[in-house]
Structures are given as C-alpha cells and as structure tokens.
Design a binder for this molecule. Sequence first.
Ligand code: SAH
Length: 204
Amino acid sequence: MVRKIQAQGVSHAGVLAALQAVERHRFVDTALVNQAYEDTSLPIGLGQTISKPGVVARMIELLCAEHTGKLGRVLEIGTGCGYQAAVLAHVAREVYSIERLRGLHEKARENLRAFRISNLHLLFGDGMLGYAKGAPYAAIIAAAGGNDIPQAWIDQLAVGGRLVAPAVTSAGKQNLVVVDKTATGVVRTELEAVFFVPLKSGIA
Ligand code: SAH
C-alpha cells in the first residue's frame, strides 16, 4: 500500500513512515480485512467510510509541507474509525480528533485502545464548530466535505498554520481546498477533485 502511495507522488518521509506504522486492517470489520491495504475507501458503519489511504497521505503531506520536524497541535474533523487520527499522531505533537456520531466516536476509541497513543485526544461533538479549547492549531484537516470551510476552523488556525479540507468549489464539485493563514490574511488554494462523505452539523 505504501509503495503504491509513493508511486502516486507522496514523498514526505515522515508521512510514509506514519502510514507504514499504522496497521489499517485494525480499523475495518473482519469481513473487509483482505481489502484493508488496497487504495480504496471502505464502509465503517452508520453510512460512513474509512478514507482512501492515498488521499489521507496526500492531505497529511500537504499539512506537513514545509515542516521538517513534527507538526504542533492538529485538529481533525471526522474521526470515523480513527485510522487517520492514528496516522496524524505520528506526525504531530498533539492531535485532537472530533466526531459527531456517538457510535463511531466509541468505535474509534475501541479501535485505538490497543495502540495506546498518548498524544491523541478523541472528542465527541460537532466539528463544524472546531474545538476552541485546543486552539490555535498548526494544522486542521477535515475528513468530510461541506459547501464551504466553516469560519470557526479559520479562526482556530494559528498564523502560519494550514488547513486542508474537501469543500464544494465554484464549479459545484468537491475539491481539496488548502487555506494558509498568514500574518497578512488568508490564502485559499483549490486542488484536485475528491469524494468525501458530507460534513453535517449537530451530533447524533
Ligand atoms: N478520518 C476517518 C474518516 C471518516 S469519514 C478515517 O480515517 O476513516 C468522515 C467522518 O466525518 C464521518 O465519521 C462523519 O460522521 C464525520 N463528520 C461529518 N460531519 C462532522 C462534523 N460536523 N463534526 C464531526 N464529525 C463529522
């Protein structure tokens, strides 16, 4: 899986090492274990999916871009089964990951128990509001796409920080969007088309 992702153009050593370290088969149901190392999204229950590992790698590489060392505090919106959160915990000093579906929040907790990752904090709540208590974040990453990037995320991003999220662009399609917060303002860049589950408000 990691070799395939490398062939797709991901080259950041820290990101590749993190993907190598986190066993993806531990995050999917027994019936799907034989597909765990394919570059594909898979169902994790409640209509949600574990993200495609190639896209997880691409997005985390975008976050790590100019950092040679570890990222500082990172906020992930959409814990799902906890896979991306575990990968993030390898490249960041502190990770806050928030999920709006209680069933998945609990599933992630269960999946991650054996890993004993001390720098990962799982939160249950509406990630559209971000998580102000952990702000400011060096990086914010969303695993679900809305019509726009919530203002709360931009507010909670540190100056010099970067946000990567899927969002609907002016062309009406879902694309990866990068937001860099600089001392003089916010710079938004739209990248390739992606397919993420919808970002929804409230908890359930
Ligand atoms: N990072 C996960 C991807 C899970 S899919 C992984 O590694 O597998 C995206 C998740 O985002 C879903 O579980 C969905 O319930 C969640 N989500 C959608 N809107 C949300 C919101 N407003 N706050 C928190 N989580 C949200």
